[in-house]
Design a protein around this ligand. Structure first.
Ligand SMILES: Nc1nc2c(ncn2[C@@H]2O[C@H](COP(=O)(O)OP(=O)(O)OP(=O)(O)O)[C@@H](O)[C@H]2O)c(=O)[nH]1
Ligand SMILES: [Mg+2]
Length: 345
């Protein structure tokens, strides 16, 4: 009964407010109504009542996955699920084709593009080109990207297209028009030359120009050798990325140098031959390295850094899968905006 009465009186109030509005229209002026005062943050236009303020949930502490048996840490994102990993594996190796598109030496020669881009950066020899080959399951003999034991193997910005349907390709510009990178639902991976022991300036201003100015670039994957960790050149690169607000995340490469667990079938795909691999190190060693790196790349220190640290090996597989590679695939798809669609059976 009480409820009814209050609703009834609300309706009357509503009617009164309505007639006030009509008056103001008639007289051509705006009447001040305390119920609709703009200083009221939550005005209810129907009843002229102020509803209760929304409950503000307690801020959660960032969840740092301190699992010592995990080779990936997610403290700002959600860990990849087994289903996502399976889908990402299929996307890169079965439902998409990968091809080399072009080498570019200067930023202004980059083709215009409709396709989201991901870039691999890191010191020379850290394993960028090897990761690219492993991602798409490139034939170990021929390889998609050239790799070498000698640092400085990649000297230009190399563009690779990965995508479903017709894949990602370059459409030639007609009658003097620009070439354009096209490919629905795909991504462009840019394998960059590594920087050396010297300064980042030696690395070349063209690369920094690309990282800072390229609109299609969705995320930069900064590779660090798991057995070496951060060096001054890496710190300086990470600082530049943060300063310029470039979206990036760190990947620990060559995980097998630090940790290989026991497994049914542990294989090293090295020097283009396959051989059995032995267990190496412990998760404790890896966790220590990850803790040090996570502390330096924490997102609160600057824009663009993602609170996710993945580890990968492009040379050691366990039961047919390269260590950590599927989680990297999930992150790349996420960065490129390629979404997992769950099919109902
Ligand atoms: N143990 C181990 N070695 C690796 C791994 N990935 C790459 N390598 C080796 O590291 C060396 C360099 O690999 P690349 O992929 O050419 O490195 P990069 O970063 O592209 O080098 P630059 O093009 O010179 O910048 C090669 O001898 C690879 O066999 C890995 O996961 N584990
Ligand atoms: Mg390379």
């Amino acid at each position: 009964m009480n409820d009814f009465r209050s609703n009834h009186s609300r309706r009357n109030e509503f009617k009164r407010n309505d007639s006030k509005k009509d008056d103001s229209k008639k007289h051509g002026f705006k009447k001040h109504d305390s119920k609709f005062d703009s200083s009221d943050p939550f005005p209810d236009p129907e009843f002229g009542l102020t509803p209760s303020k929304p409950t503000i949930l307690k801020k959660h502490k960032p969840l740092v996955a301190k699992l010592t048996d995990s080779i990936h840490w997610y403290w700002e994102t959600l860990a990849a699920t087994p289903l996502q990993k399976k889908w990402a594996h299929t996307w890169f190796t079965k439902s998409s084709s990968a091809q080399f598109l072009r080498s570019v030496a200067v930023f202004r020669h980059f083709p215009v593009s409709d396709v989201p881009e991901i870039a691999f950066v890191g010191r020379s020899n850290v394993g960028k080109s090897s990761l690219l080959n492993a991602l798409v399951n490139a034939d170990v003999k021929s390889g998609l990207a050239r790799t070498s034991k000698t640092p400085g193997c990649t000297t230009t910005l190399n563009l690779y297209g990965v995508g479903p349907y017709d894949g990602v390709r370059i459409r030639k510009g007609v009658s003097g028009g620009y070439d354009r990178i096209v490919g629905v639902g795909g991504m462009l991976i840019v394998d960059l030359p590594g920087y050396g022991e010297g300064s980042l300036q030696e690395w070349g201003p063209e690369i920094m120009k690309y990282l800072v100015n390229r609109k299609q670039l969705r995320r930069v994957f900064v590779l660090l050798d798991a057995s070496v960790g951060l060096k001054e050149t890496d710190r300086s690169l990470l600082a530049s990325l943060r300063l310029n607000g470039v979206s990036h995340q760190v990947i620990l490469s060559k995980l097998d140098k630090l940790f290989v667990p026991e497994g049914k079938e542990v294989i090293r795909h090295d020097m283009r031959v396959k051989r059995k691999a032995k267990p190496v190190g412990s998760t404790g060693k890896l966790a220590k390295m990850m803790e040090e790196i996570a502390a330096e790349v924490k997102p609160p220190q600057g824009a663009g850094a993602l609170g996710e640290l993945l580890s990968v090996s492009s040379e050691v597989s366990i039961d047919g899968k390269y260590m950590g590679l599927d989680a990297v695939r999930v992150s790349m798809l996420e960065a490129a905006g390629v979404k997992y669609i769950h099919k109902k059976r």
